[in-house]
Structures are given as structure tokens and as C-alpha cells.
Design a protein around this ligand. Structure first.
Ligand SMILES: *[C@@H]1O[C@H](CO)[C@@H](O)[C@H](O)[C@H]1NC(C)=O
Ligand SMILES: *[C@@H]1O[C@H](CO)[C@@H](O)[C@H](O)[C@H]1NC(C)=O
Ligand SMILES: *[C@@H]1O[C@H](CO)[C@@H](O)[C@H](O)[C@H]1NC(C)=O
Ligand SMILES: *[C@@H]1O[C@H](CO)[C@@H](O)[C@H](O)[C@H]1NC(C)=O
Length: 191
């Protein structure tokens, strides 16, 4: 009877210990998940758009060649890599698509940063069909908007793989005479 009580007590202690260890393991895993493993959205920081080149002339014929430089810093906050696919930067003018430039896919290491740079050439042909083109020439500036969407995957230790999308958009004003560009950029994130 005495030994039976003892062994039952021993069993109780053993159960309690196991329960505590399991609880600790669960809490640790949950903390680990939320602090390290949980996939986080990459952060995009768009830098001011630069006017790399502007060529504008009316005589003897309309000549227009605007080259814009776009730089977006992608910050990967994950303890895992973020790989994105080939994509395209689109430039529109008064709602119509006027230029595009390819971006090659790449991989950003765990907690790393990468600058994605693009150079987009805009030529007259696609602007001149807009009925407001000459009005903007008179006003001395063109407004463009750019849009870049990076689609990819976050991979944490090959355990957790999540789709992630980083988007960056800019409203750009190009001043023809001053040969200067101003921009306002914003980012959008989606998981
Ligand atoms: C526009 O400028 C770029 C860069 O200098 C040049 O490569 C391209 O040929 C030009 N395009 C036109 C249509 O003049
Ligand atoms: C990315 O570009 C920005 C602006 O041009 C620059 O300040 C920064 O140092 C660059 N970062 C990297 C990692 O190349
Ligand atoms: C161009 O953009 C600027 C800045 O966003 C704005 O103030 C201006 O009204 C726009 N011009 C046209 C013609 O849309
Ligand atoms: C360009 O943008 C900056 C900041 O928004 C503003 O202070 C400046 O006046 C703008 N320049 C022109 C020429 O519009």
C-alpha cells in the first residue's frame, strides 16, 4: 500500500513535469514563431525619381526623349530569403500606358536589403496621341505615374513559405525647361 502510494505520487510528479515541459515547448515555439519565423512583409522604400535625360525640341519636328531613373530599396525583414520573379515597371501618362521597363528577378538574403534600379525611356509617339499633350507642353510639364510590383516568396528555413508582394508607385512631374523631375512615392504591401 505504501509503495503503491509512492509510485502513484511518482507518476503524478512525472505527469506534472511532462506537462510543464510540454507547456514550455509550446510557449517557446509560439514565441519563436512570432519573433523569428512568422513571415513578414518586405518593406519597399522608393527613392525620388531622377531625370536621367531629357531631349525636347519642336523644330523641325517634335523630338521628345525622356529617361527616368527609378530606385526602390527592398528590405527583407525575414529570417529567411525573399525571392521575387521577373517583373515590369509601367509608366503611364494621363491614364494611358506610355513606357515600360523590365526588372530581373532576384533573391534578397535573410534580413538583407537590395536596391532595385530601373531606367525607363519615354518617347513622343505614345504621348502625342493624348489630346492633352499640347496643353502640357504649353504648361511646361508632364505628369507621369509609375508602378512596380514585385511578386515573390518568403522562405524561412525551408519550413515556412509564403507568397509576398511588394508594390511601389510614384507620381512624377517632369519640368521640360528646367530639366528637372519631382516625385511623390508610396508603397503598398500585401501578403
Ligand atoms: C532616347 O535616348 C536614349 C538614351 O540616350 C537613346 O538610347 C535612344 O535611342 C533615344 N531614343 C530616341 C527615339 O531618340
Ligand atoms: C540604395 O540606393 C540609395 C539611394 O540611391 C542609397 O542611398 C543606398 O545606399 C543604396 N543601398 C544599397 C544597399 O545599395
Ligand atoms: C501634376 O502633378 C502635380 C503634383 O501632383 C499637380 O499639382 C498638378 O496639378 C498636376 N498637373 C496636371 C496637369 O495634372
Ligand atoms: C518639388 O517637390 C518639393 C517637395 O514636394 C517641393 O518643395 C518643390 O517645390 C517641388 N519643386 C517644383 C519645381 O515643383
Amino acid at each position: 500500500m505504501d509503495s503503491g502510494n509512492k509510485s502513484r505520487r511518482g507518476l503524478k510528479i512525472c505527469c506534472a513535469c511532462t506537462a510543464v515541459i510540454i507547456a514550455i515547448l509550446i510557449v517557446t515555439s509560439v514565441i519563436l514563431y512570432f519573433t523569428m519565423l512568422k513571415p513578414k512583409q518586405p518593406i519597399t522604400i522608393a527613392h525620388p525619381v531622377t531625370l536621367q535625360r531629357i531631349e525636347f525640341g519642336l523644330f523641325p519636328a517634335l523630338r521628345l526623349n525622356i529617361t527616368l531613373g527609378l530606385v526602390v530599396t527592398i528590405k527583407n525583414r525575414n529570417y529567411g530569403s525573399f525571392a521575387y520573379k521577373d517583373t515590369t515597371t509601367y509608366i503611364s501618362y494621363r491614364g494611358g500606358l506610355v513606357a515600360e521597363a523590365p526588372i530581373t528577378g532576384d533573391k534578397i538574403q535573410s534580413r538583407g536589403k537590395l536596391n532595385v534600379t530601373t531606367s525607363v525611356e519615354i518617347i513622343a509617339d505614345r504621348l502625342i496621341i493624348n489630346p492633352n499633350f499640347w496643353m502640357d507642353v504649353n504648361a511646361g510639364s508632364f505628369n507621369f505615374s509609375s508602378s512596380t510590383t514585385l511578386k515573390g516568396r518568403v522562405n524561412a528555413f525551408n519550413i515556412l513559405k509564403t507568397d509576398a508582394t511588394a508594390q511601389s508607385m510614384c507620381d512624377i512631374t517632369v519640368y521640360i525647361k528646367a530639366g528637372f523631375a519631382n516625385s511623390t512615392c508610396y508603397s503598398k504591401l500585401k501578403m
